[in-house]
Design a protein around this ligand. Structure first.
Ligand SMILES: Nc1ncnc2c1ncn2[C@@H]1O[C@H](COP(=O)(O)OP(=O)(O)O)[C@@H](O)[C@H]1O
Ligand SMILES: [Mg+2]
Length: 377
């Protein structure tokens, strides 16, 4: 398969044709609102002299809408979180590279062109966004996009396959078992994992459907909770350690990826773990950016993060989350291929602490996408 040519515009004095970026946000996952907030920040910070932005909202039902280019409309209003409504022209991207890009679908279903798109920033989290599905559509359409491709996105979304790939690359992963019903966990499994265990849906995010089980009597209902989100359930031994995250970026010149300084999350004592409330609603959750770790541990976290990124065939960006045990050992928890992307989200904060500001980050990701193009790499 051929690679798409790089699509940087030809400069004519200061009057370069701007690069047309479709920012996709919202979507059909539980992380719809977080995605809208990320998009609001990107619309505000993107370099408008270099990029022409086409904001495309995806409703929770999956309808694509040509949204107003208005960051304020996508910000939280008090405790009310933003969502994409169906108002606005209905838009579609044909999976046909010769079709000329985005189309407006009018009420009669007749298609009108919205025009060629140079690159897509799929600021979507979770299913139908971060899992390879939208990436597949963009590959079909022949439009370059920010972030990992079909395989890397799917590998990052499914914690079972993620862990298998990390293990196969000799990276440190804790003990776990995959079950589809509670009775699949044998006595030998229980003995090996010990208590507590974490029970989680294989393909979810934002801690949705996750429980910490401290006695086996609670195990069955924890599996039932996880199965509300995914029939495939992961049971993991609880790791005792500090919650550390590290942001990874590809380099514009090619070569191995680059890791930021790691950060630490301090979950307040009233929470059993970093659950949905501690993540998005609590004002007591604290962060240290960068994390105060011994030099050797910082280096180990950065090294493991880059190796995990490569093991999962990630591209562009990923946030790699690890635990650092009391003895300093690093254990991988998960890799997020489209992490939260507001200026106060961990990924941009870690890069800011490492010397790359928010606007530079957006520009680097779009340039990386344009250089990478579509097709095999
Ligand atoms: N094996 C584990 N040991 C200790 N804590 C865990 C473990 N697995 C998950 N957790 C806790 O649950 C949180 C969410 O789990 P995670 O696997 O990262 O799911 P999500 O994709 O929803 O973020 C983690 O940030 C951590 O606080
Ligand atoms: Mg997580």
């Amino acid at each position: 398969m051929l690679r798409t040519e790089s699509r940087f515009p030809v400069m004519v004095g200061r009057m370069a044709a701007r690069i047309r970026v479709a920012v996709l946000f919202g979507g059909r996952s539980t992380e719809h609102e977080i995605s809208c907030i990320s998009a609001s920040s990107v619309l505000r910070a993107i370099d408008r002299e270099r990029y022409e932005v086409i904001p495309i909202g995806i409703t929770p039902e999956g309808r694509w809408v040509w949204a107003h280019d208005d960051p304020a409309a996508l910000e939280p209003k008090g405790r009310e979180l933003p969502t994409v409504t169906g108002d606005g022209s209905h838009v579609a991207l044909p999976a046909d590279p010769t079709a000329g890009g985005l189309r407006i679908l009018d009420l009669n279903g007749a298609a009108g062109a919205l025009g060629k798109v140079d690159v897509v920033f799929p600021l979507l989290h979770g299913t139908f966004g971060e899992d390879g599905t939208v990436q597949g559509l963009l590959e079909m359409a022949g439009v370059p996009y920010v972030g990992s491709g079909v395989f890397g996105s799917a590998a990052g979304m499914d914690k079972v396959h993620m862990k298998a790939l990390l293990r196969a690359a000799s990276l440190p992963v804790g003990p776990y078992v995959v079950v589809r019903s509670p009775d699949e966990l044998t006595d030998a499994d229980r003995e090996r994992l010990g208590l507590p265990v974490f029970v989680k849906p294989a393909r979810s995010g934002s801690s949705v459907g996750i429980s910490k089980v401290k006695k086996w009597g609670d195990f069955e209902s924890a599996v039932a909770d996880a199965r509300k989100h995914d029939p495939k359930v992961l049971v993991e031994a609880a790791v005792e350690g500090r919650e550390i995250e590290c942001a990874v970026l590809d380099r514009l010149g090619g070569g191995p990826p680059e890791a930021s300084l790691p950060a630490e999350i301090f979950v307040p004592e009233q929470y059993e773990f970093y659950d949905y409330e501690a993540k998005y609603l609590s004002e007591d959750t604290r962060f240290a950016v960068p994390a105060d770790l011994p030099h050797g541990v910082t280096a180990a976290v950065r090294d493991v993060a880059c190796r995990a990124f490569t093991a999962l065939d990630c591209a562009g960006l990923a946030r790699v989350d690890v635990f650092v045990r009391p003895d300093g050992a690093v254990l991988l928890n998960e890799v997020n291929t489209m992490p939260g992307f507001t200026p106060v989200s961990m990924f941009p904060r870690m890069w800011a602490a490492t010397g790359v500001n928010y606007s530079e980050l957006i520009d680097r990701l779009l340039r990386l996408a344009l250089v990478r193009g579509t097709g095999l790499h």
